[in-house]
Design a protein around this ligand. Structure first.
Ligand code: SF4
Ligand code: FES
Length: 246
């Protein structure tokens, strides 16, 4: 398979940036999307050119670093997968593929397709710690958790912090990310001690980082590789309200 790539090249956050075209040749359908990118970069390095910068680490949908827009979709054309879980069989031979970084004020471009998502780290830091009882280990069945709560908490905990929700939202809102992080602890006994303080601080940090308001379009849920539900945003709003009035 052969592809034409239109790649956003931008030296740093100060430079304007532009699309540059590259050829991706001799690609097999079973190659992952990032392996295709590796091959293109190998060709650029051999020609003495600057390789395309893109973020990646685990390459198995866990770390959340590999996000980019592929043909205008966050993480590409498939639902429920991160960029690193895409394979070239999802594209048509001869297709032009357009690659862009996340575009959001709170995620400045570091280089090419790599953006600075440290705003998410600062929101997590604002959430603080979880108190633990350092006494004897309690029997698991002494702190029963309703199955529905455990499952909802686990679903929320699946968020990998990739930022696709922010990039997909026309307001660059981080509500889905923050709601997932708030929900997974608010639903469990372990998260109760700092529950109110946590949501107050995380929302304040989210606002301070320049993320916008929820657009109510559900674009975040549609593009989330972990299919985090907007139900969590409703829970975040309830948690926040409870924390500021109580
Ligand atoms: S909610 Fe989904 S899209 Fe947003 S950071 Fe978490 S995994 Fe990524
Ligand atoms: S490289 Fe880790 S989620 Fe894609």
């Amino acid at each position: 398979m052969n592809f034409k790539l239109r790649v956003w090249r931008q030296h740093d956050s100060e430079e304007k940036g532009k699309f540059v075209e590259y050829q991706a040749t001799n690609i097999t359908a079973d190659m992952s999307f990032l392996e295709m990118m590796d091959l293109v970069n190998l060709g650029l390095v051999r020609k003495g050119e600057d390789p395309i910068a893109f973020d990646h680490d685990c390459r198995e949908g866990i770390c959340g670093t590999c996000g980019m827009f592929i043909n205008g979709r966050a993480h590409g054309p498939l639902k429920g997968v991160a960029t690193c879980q895409l394979y070239m069989r999802s594209f048509t031979d001869g297709e032009t593929i357009t690659l862009e970084p996340w575009r959001a004020k709170a995620f400045p471009v570091i280089k090419d397709l790599v953006v600075d998502r440290s705003a998410f780290d600062r929101i997590m830091q604002a959430g603080g710690y979880v108190s633990v009882d350092t006494g004897g280990v309690p029997d698991a069945n002494s702190i029963p958790i309703p199955k529905a709560d455990a499952e909802a908490a686990m679903d929320a905990a699946a968020c990998i912090g990739c930022g696709a929700c922010v990039a997909a939202c026309k307001n660059s809102s981080a509500m889905l990310f923050v709601s997932a992080k708030v929900s997974h602890l608010a639903l469990l006994p372990q998260g109760q001690t700092e529950r109110k303080e946590r949501v107050r601080r995380m929302v304040a940090r989210m606002d301070a980082e320049g993320f916008g308001n929820c657009s109510n379009t559900y674009a975040c849920e549609a593009e989330c590789p972990k299919e985090i539900s907007v139900v969590n945003i409703a829970r975040l709003n309830r948690e926040f309200l409870r924390a500021i009035v109580a």
